[in-house]
Write a protein that binds this ligand. Sequence first.
Ligand code: HPA
Ligand code: ZN
Length: 328
Amino acid sequence: ASMGRFIAGLPKAEFHVHLEGTLEADMKFALAKRNGLSLPYADVAAMKRSYVYHDLPSFLKIYYDGMQVLLTEQDFYDLAYGYLRKAASQNVLYAEMFFDPQEHLKRGVAIEAVIGGITRARGDAAKSLGIESQLILCFMRDLSAGSAMEALDAALPYKDKLIGVGLDSDEKGNPPEKFAEHFAKARAAGLHVTMHCDVNQENTLEHIRTALLDLKTERIDHGGNIVQSPELMALARSRGIPFTVCPTFSGQVIEDGRPINALRQMLDAGLKVSVNSDDPAYMGSEYITEVLIRAQKDSTLTPAELVRIERNAFETAWIPAQQRDGYL
Ligand code: HPA
Ligand code: ZN
């Protein structure tokens, strides 16, 4: 219990949270009602019971299904403000949040509504709740390269509202180099670059290698399989590459059918690891405090390690050094 209080009180930063993955079932119902849509579930409990998945593709199906209720600027505002309010209540002082514009553009939502609503929520949350935040546009790697480029081009007029670009969705058959041109263009526009390397994916070490060596990613999201390559671990450590681990989803690497505690091994190897909630609305509504409490038990994290993790997190922030030092 005292460990729980310690974790709750720890000043925190979050770097791997998909805004659409914070869309709680009750908000989904409220937005559906507001937008005149009907949902195929009797109530919140029935909807939550449908959140059953066993791998990345089966998770993604539920996740993309869920976000279809997001249509207006106000919807995106409510989504982002809801997350920021929850995060602030858990003593998150700073967050960098992912969003998936392609899935919204697909159903005719304007990029202005998406970025506009989220940006307005960020401003209000900073003023009213004291939580600072920034936004990372993710390319959906399982859609075409052309679709991702359209989203980037649509968003670039709003690049001052973005801090970086990322890469998410189904990794199988979609290596990071599929988006080399996109990352280069985003960089040229002054944006930072991060990429998901989900755990236990086909060619996962190759994807980590390409992301680090060819695409010069500044961070890796998940990335737990790196513990299987001493060479890549040494490279990531020497470059100080941050890893945004989400224990709920990527804490366990499977090797020869046996689970490896990737978070523990990454910490022990001196990698710059932070702990994050990923898609809390679909992961038992466990936000960063609950995720850290569980990780503490599963990986027997000491108080010093918990402080180390949050220091790593704040050091990961894409903000001016002076602002970053203010948190440390
Ligand atoms: N990995 C890949 N795609 C995703 C994730 C993730 O953790 N969350 C939402 N989309
Ligand atoms: Zn993710």
